[in-house]
Ligand binder design. Structure first.
Ligand SMILES: Nc1ncnc2c1ncn2[C@@H]1O[C@H](COP(=O)(O)OP(=O)(O)OP(=O)(O)O)[C@@H](O)[C@H]1O
Ligand code: SF4
Ligand SMILES: [Mg+2]
Length: 355
């Protein structure tokens, strides 16, 4: 038996990758060309996703969550991708479409945010799910493949699967289409699943069925999952670790308990404050106003969040904050967070970290 240690620290045992790390991204920068210049929608993003782990990604609209997901899946046609993306120890950044096609839909899959554009309007639901199984498992008989498709349609909570098999996407409601997308994504039991707002369009019962399916995939298949959502309740229930994105960057990353109990970055604190709840601090919500600036208007130097908190004096900000580890596993893109305060926060609140 040969035990081989590769230079890139991934351990292989007779060709099997024994590393826990499924995905490792370092200093990823994804830029789009607008007029004659490149603008980064994802900037200096580094993260890992382990097997049997759900990494939640939160952040308000326009913070670069989908751009990050598309970068991992190699789906940006004209973007400039810099930095490294390694899947199971092998680089997948800027690899050929042919190589990427072998991985997509099998080893790694994505549930898209927009179900209409992700489905082919000219093919039936059954044909579309069947196609992704056929592409990666040509040996399966037609009968078995159809059986598997019906099973998947059933699994995602669609009633009368045989009937839906024959339907076209436009004949389905938005929620049904989203479930078809989920069936396509999990058809080949991928090792890495990126779920971009997978349940936003669905009602609560179906939502919890879908979330259970994602959990099963993690547990039964040892899959690594990136779960992108605006819903902090879903994050609390599902995620093992959470990355908070703002203006293309990760501003904080930690395990889910640490992040909810001790959010440090001002943006994370504001994000948590924006969730209405019934606890005793309801009357003391500190929420930062404004929106993520558009790509062309993003400050290219200094802290991108500074413009959202004008009451903090310029001199108090860190010049070019980088993500650094405050306690093992808890990273924050700011060293001055302990001096941060909300304008209507009392000195006592600050002292006790109440927000
Ligand atoms: N193909 C593209 N060309 C130019 N700009 C783009 C492109 N795709 C995304 N952007 C810009 O990149 C930024 C991040 O967009 P992205 O869709 O990743 O945000 P998001 O966090 O997924 O938001 P939401 O929560 O609304 O889905 C936005 O300013 C968006 O306009
Ligand atoms: S540098 Fe300033 S704006 Fe940026 S996170 Fe720290 S306190 Fe906030
Ligand atoms: Mg998005």
């Amino acid at each position: 038996m040969v035990l081989k240690i590769r230079k890139n620290k991934y351990t292989y045992f007779r060709g099997i990758n024994l590393s826990k790390t499924l995905l490792e991204i370092k200093n990823l920068k994804t830029s789009f060309r607008i007029n004659d210049d490149y603008y980064a929608a994802v900037d200096d993003v580094s993260l890992t996703v382990n097997k049997n782990e759900i990494l939640g990604i939160v952040g308000e609209s326009g913070s670069g969550k989908s751009a990050l997901a598309f970068s991992i899946m190699g789906l940006h046609n004209r973007a400039k991708i810099e930095g490294s993306i390694d899947f199971k120890g092998k680089s997948i950044a800027n690899i050929s479409t042919a190589k990427m096609n072998k991985l997509r839909g099998k080893d790694m899959a994505m549930i898209f945010q927009d179900p209409l554009t992700a489905l082919n309007p000219l093919m039936t639901v059954g044909e579309q799910i069947s196609e992704i199984i056929f592409l990666h498992n040509k040996g399966l008989s037609n009968k078995k493949r159809k059986g598997r498709v019906i099973q998947l349609i059933n699994q995602v909570g669609i009633p009368r699967p045989e009937h839906t098999y024959e339907q076209f996407p436009h004949e389905l409601s938005g929620g049904m289409r989203q479930r078809v997308i989920i069936a396509i994504a999990i058809a080949n039991q991928p090792e890495l699943l990126i779920a971009d707002e997978p349940t936003t369009a669905l009602d609560v019962t179906i939502q919890s069925q879908i979330l259970d399916l994602i959990k099963d995939l993690k547990k039964d298949m040892d899959a690594g999952i990136i779960l992108i959502t605006h819903d902090l309740g879903v994050i609390a229930e599902m995620a093992d670790r959470v990355a908070v994105m703002y203006a293309g960057q990760i501003v904080e990353i930690a395990d889910v308990h640490t992040l909810f109990e001790n959010p440090l970055h001002p943006y994370t604190r504001s994000l948590f404050n924006s969730v209405p709840n019934t606890n005793e601090h309801q009357d003391r919500l500190h929420v930062i106003q404004g929106i993520v600036p558009s790509l062309q208007n993003l400050p290219r130097t200094g802290c991108r969040f500074a413009t959202r908190i004008p009451w903090i004096d310029e001199s108090a900000h860190e010049k070019n904050p980088v993500l650094h580890e405050v306690i093992p596993g808890h990273y924050v893109r700011c060293t001055c967070h302990s001096q941060f305060y909300f304008p209507d926060e009392s000195k006592e609140d600050q002292k006790h970290g109440v927000s």
